[in-house]
Write a protein of this length. Sequence first.
Length: 317
Amino acid sequence: MKALNKLLILIIYVWIALAVVFGIYDLEISKAIVDTESTWGTMGTNMGFHVRDALLFIVVLILAGSFFTKKIQRDIGYLALIVSFLNLVYYIIDSNQESLLAPLILILFVTSFQALTFNRDWRNYVKIAVMVLLLDISLKVILDVTKVLFGRVRYKYLASNYSDYTQWYVINGPDSENQSFPSGHSAFSWLFLPFLILIKNEKMKKSIKVLIAMSVIGYGLFISMSRIILGGHYCSDILFSTGIASVLTILFYKKFYPEDLKVEEETKEIKRFIILDSEKIKSHYPTPIEKKEILSLNEEIQSPLKKYEKHKEVVKT
């Protein structure tokens, strides 16, 4: 619990420091890096909400499948796979659909989920699924209120002289059109944060855990940066979305996994006592009385051995 609280405090301190920096240099940073024709920026922006939808589809699968046996769960997985392929067929047939990105992402998620959990009980993932769902709902509510309240103009829609630019802390009043602050794409890209809890409790190689953790963080940064590059958001918009998602994840973790925190604290206490006891042993020198007792004990132990050795010599002769 203490370690988690320290992490939460660290996030808040870093967040405050960056909020001050971006409050001063937000506009200058955007001027320097925005490229509205960026290929990877467009890719990140386009895939952001499709990935969120696919993830929520998996969450619904887990919650629905948790009421059934493993065999029925597998059947539900096969059904979901069929539905995802039918969705792809629909996108191909429908001339109004410009991209196949959404159905392909859904197929990737469903296939991966079915493969990874084929011989596992989905009920083991209910807590994570509920966390993701609550995180999504919480972010949606917070973003919808904050965006309208602050009414910040996006960089790409600013006047040529930047006269309508405002810092992140300026509340412009209710505005249903200008909703730059904070970033929705960035906030929802961090829906994978609860999965860091899952890999923490899974028995797998450390290298694989590091790879998964880097993928989760890397994806969040990729989507967030893509929004800045295209001029859809400022750095401060991303900062606040990331901060809100991180804090909510930690709070939900403390709520849903109190036993993990308790075990961690107890383990630390045990290690601390072991270290203290070993240090006491190392630093302890016997008193004269203790030395005498040790010598006496050695004599008692050695005496039978000496008698046995003498007996062996007599027998030999």
